[in-house]
Design a protein around this ligand. Structure first.
Ligand SMILES: Nc1ncnc2c1ncn2[C@@H]1O[C@H](COP(=O)(O)OP(=O)(O)O)[C@@H](O)[C@H]1O
Ligand SMILES: [Mg+2]
Length: 344
């Protein structure tokens, strides 16, 4: 049996049906990421698991126990929020020990646990400071430390990095990853950032409008998206999506595998841009070059359709150049009119 199991979980706020029936099984030790556009219900689903909102219908099981209607404090879960929600007038030590004090844990046990968490998070030298004497990244580590000392069965994170600047976000992401491995913890992590999802997750849950679109490892979602939504949500820049009828030469290049009324999906690295006429390539024009250093994005227009190609090599091409665009036949995706993936 799964460690954490969601059975047809639904949530309505008044008339608004927000979570529309979510089924999910999470194993002990997994790092699960909920990802999806803003407003799709990620935080709501996490809050239902945490017990911060009552579940309208469905069943939630943790470690063999039905916790659907158990109060938040008795669920053995710890949540880390985007806003650190630290007590501003308390020291780091007191912030981290607060929950244990409330639970009447013995003083020396508290000290052992806080000291251990502080060492794990590189916070030992800051234990006597107050939150305002810390950087954003250090504050977020205190918030995580506060969760660690409770030794919860599951860690719940709601966009914990979104208040940090880009460099710190990258560092803290790596730290959270290492921490998860070190603790052997089970974690659910909410983000709208697909790069965070791809880099942190054992399995990613893609949500849209209160329902799961697909669950899989990052590479499964990248290589075998179930539908157009997942295909275009995962991957940066987004997968190019071309109506089957828009570029006849592309249809020809797929060797008849493209459904005539469907869509062709091709990731930027699946497009080859050649100078001048080249074999079966479709004629196009360069609109913009973005040289990123390690790789180069070439924005081209083919038959009125804007496309993005990515290559590792630098390019001599310039905006306005006439080119021909070839597909890499091994990495094409085909979708029907309804946007569902069809076998290639
Ligand atoms: N307490 C609430 N009352 C009414 N509607 C809510 C409440 N909380 C969230 N919602 C609505 O539920 C939807 C999903 O919100 P949320 O879970 O915060 O999305 P996400 O975290 O994916 O951005 C939104 O349309 C939001 O307005
Ligand atoms: Mg949210």
């Amino acid at each position: 049996m799964a460690y954490l199991q969601l059975d047809n979980i639904q949530k309505s706020f008044g008339d608004a049906h927000i979570i529309k029936g979510v089924n999910l099984e999470i194993d002990k030790g997994e790092f699960i990421v909920f990802v999806g556009p803003s407003g799709c219900g990620k935080s709501t689903l996490l809050r239902l698991i945490a017990g911060l909102e009552p579940i309208t219908s469905g069943q939630l099981m943790l470690d063999g126990k039905d916790i659907t209607h158990i109060p938040s404090g008795k669920r053995d879960l710890a949540m880390v929020f985007q806003s650190y929600a630290l007590y501003p007038h308390m020291s780091v030590y007191d912030n981290m020990s607060f929950a244990l004090k409330l639970a009447n844990v013995a003083k020396d046990t508290i000290k052992t646990k806080v000291d251990h968490a502080a060492r794990t998070l590189n916070l030992t030298q800051y234990l006597t400071r107050t939150p305002k004497e810390l950087s954003g990244g250090q504050r977020q580590r205190v918030a995580i430390g506060r969760a660690i000392v409770r030794a919860p069965k599951v860690f719940l994170f709601d966009e914990p990095l979104s208040n940090l600047d880009a460099a710190l976000r990258g560092n803290t992401r790596v730290e959270i990853h290492k921490l998860h491995r070190a603790l052997g913890a089970t974690s659910i992590y909410v983000t709208h950032d697909q790069v965070e999802a791809m880099t942190l997750a054992d399995r990613v849950v893609v949500l849209r409008d209160g329902l799961i679109e697909q669950v899989g490892t990052p590479m499964e979602l990248y290589d075998r998206p179930a539908n157009q939504f997942v295909a275009q949500f995962i991957g940066m820049p987004s997968m190019n999506m071309v109506d089957a009828r828009a570029i006849p030469s592309f249809s020809a290049q797929t060797g008849g595998r493209l459904p005539s009324d469907g869509f062709l999906g091709v990731r930027p690295e699946g497009l080859r841009v050649h100078r001048d006429h080249h074999g079966a390539g479709a004629p196009g024009k360069v609109e913009l070059i973005e040289a990123l250093g390690a790789d180069t994005l070439i924005h081209v227009e083919v038959g009125g359709v804007p496309l993005v190609a990515r290559q590792n090599e630098r390019t001599q091409l310039q905006a306005g150049d006439v080119v021909s665009v070839e597909l890499d036949p091994s990495v094409l995706h085909f979708f029907n009119r309804e946007g569902r993936t069809v076998a290639a």
